[in-house]
Design a protein around this ligand. Structure first.
Ligand SMILES: *[C@@H]1O[C@H](CO)[C@@H](O)[C@H](O)[C@H]1NC(C)=O
Ligand SMILES: *[C@@H]1O[C@H](CO)[C@@H](O)[C@H](O)[C@H]1NC(C)=O
Ligand SMILES: *[C@@H]1O[C@H](CO)[C@@H](O)[C@H](O)[C@H]1NC(C)=O
Ligand SMILES: *[C@@H]1O[C@H](CO)[C@@H](O)[C@H](O)[C@H]1NC(C)=O
Ligand SMILES: [Ca+2]
Ligand SMILES: [Ca+2]
Ligand SMILES: [Ca+2]
Ligand SMILES: [Ca+2]
Length: 293
């Protein structure tokens, strides 16, 4: 074999080895996200503490190259990820303000001679904020003022109270009840819609104003509640004309009809005198008229 041939073969081998090395380097694969058991949707309670871990994002590099994690999100500084894929919360959450975020996790490998910026694999994740019962039902217009007529009957709608709760699901469902401090059962309240109705007889001569205390309670566990005052004024209806005592008077006539007129007149006048002392002037005048026609 001539020296020239040897050199040619040597150079050829060098080329082949070079080519092989280049090939191996090109074969170094980018890391990939583990799909198995890794949900794209990450759920977190809205009361999660700042600094707590939300999940570990898992990725694999075939060549066991060092992996570098990074994030991109429109929400600056909300999340942080370290190179073990540990995703941590950096700001407090509030589901009532924002109930989900989208963010992209990038993972790159640091292989020899590789440019880390060109070796990113990316995946979109969604952070879903789960409601916590952190809002109390709030009455819309408090205190409530209502008016009923004293002749309003059982079932008559007095007023509807309403409280809103900014939470979600059971944490938002409000039920209404009279607080223990409500001293009367002249009114009833509908548990689900806050309608207050008349539940017993009203009498302006006895009670002119009722003060009701209403509690609104949400369905959370534990539940939150608030209280409002409902003032119900009773209006007078002229259901109390001066008492005439006519039945007694008529009875008097019946009993004395058979007796002589003088006796009848005398008894009647005596009765009227008694009545006159008890009764209103107007009643007396009516009686006098009845008596002498
Ligand atoms: C978040 O709220 C839940 C449900 O009310 C409760 O069990 C949990 O202890 C709270 N966590 C924190 C960190 O306050
Ligand atoms: C993730 O980070 C949190 C907060 O720094 C830490 O408490 C937790 O131990 C870490 N989890 C893992 C698996 O490294
Ligand atoms: C990478 O590491 C794993 C576990 O440590 C090992 O089983 C595997 O053979 C390694 N792969 C390479 C290419 O070194
Ligand atoms: C109550 O009394 C007023 C006045 O007498 C009358 O106009 C009204 O219809 C009555 N209402 C009821 C429910 O009876
Ligand atoms: Ca790699
Ligand atoms: Ca909240
Ligand atoms: Ca609530
Ligand atoms: Ca909430």
């Amino acid at each position: 074999m001539s020296p020239l041939t040897r050199i040619t073969i040597f150079m050829f081998l060098v080329c082949v080895i070079d080519e092989l090395q280049f090939h191996v380097q090109a074969q170094n694969l980018k890391p990939f996200f583990d799909i198995d058991g890794q949900n794209v949707v990450i759920k977190v309670l809205e009361n999660a503490t700042v600094g707590s871990s939300l999940t570990i994002i898992r990725a694999t590099d075939e060549e066991n190259d060092t992996m570098v994690f990074s994030l991109s999100s429109s929400e600056q500084d909300l999340l942080k990820i370290d190179n073990s894929g540990n995703l941590t919360l950096q700001k407090p959450l509030d589901r009532e303000t924002t109930d989900r975020y989208q963010f992209t996790v990038h993972v790159a490998d640091q292989c020899q001679g590789c440019d880390v910026n060109n070796r990113k694999t990316s995946r979109l994740f969604i952070l879903v904020i789960i409601d916590v019962n952190d809002n109390t039902p709030t009455f819309i217009s408090t205190p409530y003022l209502a008016r009923v007529a004293e002749n309003d009957t059982v079932g008559h709608l007095v007023i509807q109270v309403s409280a809103i709760d900014r939470d979600q699901g059971q944490n938002q469902i409000v039920s209404y009840m009279f607080s223990p401090s409500t001293q009367t059962n002249t009114f009833a309240i509908s548990n689900h819609d806050g309608k207050i109705t008349v539940n017993g007889p009203l009498d302006f001569e006895k009670v002119q104003r009722y003060t009701l205390f209403v509690t609104a309670k949400d369905g959370g566990d534990p539940s939150l509640e608030s209280e409002t005052t409902v003032i119900v004024d009773v209006s007078d209806v002229s259901d109390n004309p001066p008492k005439f005592l006519r039945p007694i008077y008529l009875e008097g006539i019946q009993k004395t009809k058979q007796r002589d007129r003088r006796s009848y007149k005398y008894k009647q006048l005596t009765e009227m005198l008694v009545l006159a002392m008890q009764s209103h002037t107007i009643s007396l005048m009516v009686m006098m008229k009845d008596c002498f026609y």
